[in-house]
Design a protein around this ligand. Structure first.
Ligand code: COA
Length: 159
């Protein structure tokens, strides 16, 4: 494991590696609850979606790299909330992931800084995200960096 970690924006050349890391993040959630179950053609869907988002000014992908390998990334995008609310412009963190060997070294904290920069750049009113209630590592990361819990998502399986 190399010690030096470099940070920078992703490009379309990083697409396949980003899709592979996104799969690790998504598979970990599949183990938590059926709600997060993935479709059979999941990789194809992510590839199409990421290709569009990598080209969009309303999205931001930022990488942590070590020894030429991507060891973490963050993906944020602009989302507009429903029109009844005054503050509708949201910067949303969709993904943040760090490879297990590189965790607890401040990589996510550094990537998170970029989400705040992105939020300012797009003049968002709020920075928002969803996190599973059992994900203590992520919840700690977010609360330590200025976010607070606001809503609870309630779900039930319809049978
Ligand atoms: C959550 C995750 C991104 C954190 O990455 P990381 O690079 O290890 O985080 P950092 O080293 O920047 O840690 C920042 C803070 O997060 C919290 N944190 C990180 N890992 C933690 C853990 N295992 N347990 C408790 N708190 C943790 C701590 O408060 C930490 O600050 P500290 O080290 O000063 O105590 C990483 O564990 C991960 O990729 N998890 C799987 C993917 C995931 O769940 N993503 C979030 C989806 S919402």
């Amino acid at each position: 494991m190399s010690d030096e970690i470099n940070y920078g924006p992703a490009t379309i050349k990083d697409l396949d590696k980003l899709v592979a890391l996104q799969e690790k993040l998504a598979r970990a959630h599949e183990d938590i609850d059926k709600f997060y179950s993935l479709q059979a053609n999941f990789q194809k869907q992510v590839k199409t979606f990421f290709t569009e988002q990598l080209a969009s000014k309303n999205s931001m992908f930022y990488l942590a790299q070590s020894g030429g390998k991507i060891v973490g990334y963050i993906f944020c995008m602009y989302k507009e909330w429903i029109p009844i609310f005054k503050y509708r412009k949201h910067a949303t963190i969709l993904d943040i992931y760090v490879e297990p060997d590189y965790r607890r070294r401040g990589v996510a904290k550094r990537l998170f800084v970029e989400s705040k920069r992105f939020a300012k750049r797009i003049s968002a009113d709020f920075l928002v995200l969803d996190v599973d209630v059992s994900n203590t590592a992520a919840i700690n990361l977010y609360t330590k960096n200025g976010l607070k819990p606001l809503m609870t998502k309630m779900i039930m399986r319809v049978e």
